[in-house]
Design a protein around this ligand. Structure first.
Ligand SMILES: Nc1ncnc2c1ncn2[C@@H]1O[C@H](COP(=O)(O)OP(=O)(O)OP(=O)(O)O)[C@@H](O)[C@H]1O
Ligand SMILES: Nc1nc2c(c(=O)[nH]1)N=C(CO)CN2
Length: 166
């Protein structure tokens, strides 16, 4: 079994429902065992900013799928939940990104692990840091906590616990 981390994001309502359905589909696969689930965070959109806020979270799994098989299954979940690709970085019902697959570095045409943009994204590092602060991100030689500490206060302020207390 291999330890892997998957980031989930959604910014089309019903956002929480998309997370529930995606987690159900991950649970349903006999080759995937969910180990840890982070809190859900509400996050300012990064990249393309003229869109609704996201919900983001990270799950740790143990899997006997290869990294490519895991990618295909994540893409099946995206398809089943009705994801339509329009604008780059634009709105989505659900996005599943494989962040880490054991301590492997993988560079294929359609799969790069560690996820190439994870170390600069507070919406990934905050939930990942909640469940796996000590994990080293291959290629950087740094722990998730260290990468998180390197982000600016402004970047971290774009990631808030959810639901918000009123
Ligand atoms: N680690 C990875 N996890 C998921 N998809 C990946 C990964 N590495 C490469 N990809 C590829 O990225 C392609 C584009 O993914 P997608 O449309 O979800 O991008 P995006 O979510 O808009 O942007 P980003 O990748 O910056 O989060 C997918 O078809 C997939 O093959
Ligand atoms: N806050 C936030 N911003 C994003 C997200 C995301 O999941 N959360 N995903 C993107 C492309 O994958 C682009 N921008």
């Amino acid at each position: 079994m291999t330890q892997a981390f998957i980031a989930l994001g959604t910014n089309i309502e019903p956002r929480e429902n998309h997370f529930i359905k995606a987690l159900e589909m991950l649970t349903d696969h006999s080759g995937i065992l969910i180990q840890k689930i982070s809190s859900i965070y509400e996050t300012d959109p990064v990249g393309y900013e003229d869109q609704e806020d996201f919900l983001n979270m990270v799950v740790e799994v143990e899997t006997d799928l290869t990294a490519e098989e895991l990618l295909r299954y994540c893409q099946l979940i995206e398809e089943r939940l009705g994801r339509v690709r329009t604008i780059r970085n634009g709105p989505r019902t659900i996005d599943l990104d494989i962040l880490l697959y054991s301590q492997e570095s993988i560079r294929l045409v359609d799969l790069e692990i560690p996820h190439p943009r994870m170390h600069e994204r507070a919406f990934v590092l905050v939930p990942l840091g909640e469940i796996a602060p000590e994990i080293i991100v291959p290629g950087t030689g740094e722990s998730v906590q260290k990468l998180l500490n390197a982000l600016s206060e402004e970047e971290k302020a774009g990631v808030r616990t959810w639901p918000q207390e009123s």
